[in-house]
Design a protein around this ligand. Sequence first.
Ligand code: DC
Length: 227
Amino acid sequence: MGNLTHLSIALDGPAGSGKSSVAKQLANELNIHYLDTGAMYRAVAFAALEKGIDPKDAATVESLLKATSITVHFEQGNQRVYIDDIDVTANIRTSAVSNAASDIAMHPSVRYKLAEMQRAVASQYDIVVDGRDIGTFVLPEAEYKFFLTASEEVRAKRRFKENKENGIPSELEDLRMEIKQRDYNDTHRELAPLKQAEDAIKIDSSDLTLEEVVGAIMSYVKGGQQS
Ligand code: DC
């Protein structure tokens, strides 16, 4: 387990690959915590948009970060994200915030700060952590590493369905474009880009149900096979 004293499962992959649903179910079945790191980038993005800050403007974003407190709490096992003691968990799922989060995530100052917070949380609990750089940068010592993918088409359709269920109006074509742009940003940034860790197990979920993906991961974790 390397330097980590708790069980940690790193789950990385692009937008819409099903990470959060898989991570949620895994955490439930294993009775461990689930840390959604995307929510932290989204919270910073939300704060920037609220203050009229351009998410691409590194210097202003850095000042915002210094002046703002971002915290993550688990309430009845569920993650809540706070900006200066205001719970923003319900405000961070819009397309505007998704796009701004992808821009915000380019800045090394943001990544270093959030990665440090993520390591601190992971050191306290048995946990599944989802994101883009968990297996490569945040928790390179994670006991299990998975890289979840799915075709662009499938991912756009999943986001569309998810938005519909959450009452967020959206167009499939817009979501397809948004996913393309975020994939580009996430894989091309300099620090800790979206990338499969060499020792991660890749799972293509395009033709798999949520239960099948979770079942596949559970068989590795229960079987005690190291990634
Ligand atoms: O997983 P998500 O869609 O909630 O993530 C929102 C954005 O945050 C995503 O486009 C890239 C960024 N992100 C990141 O750069 N690193 C992470 N570990 C998690 C998310």
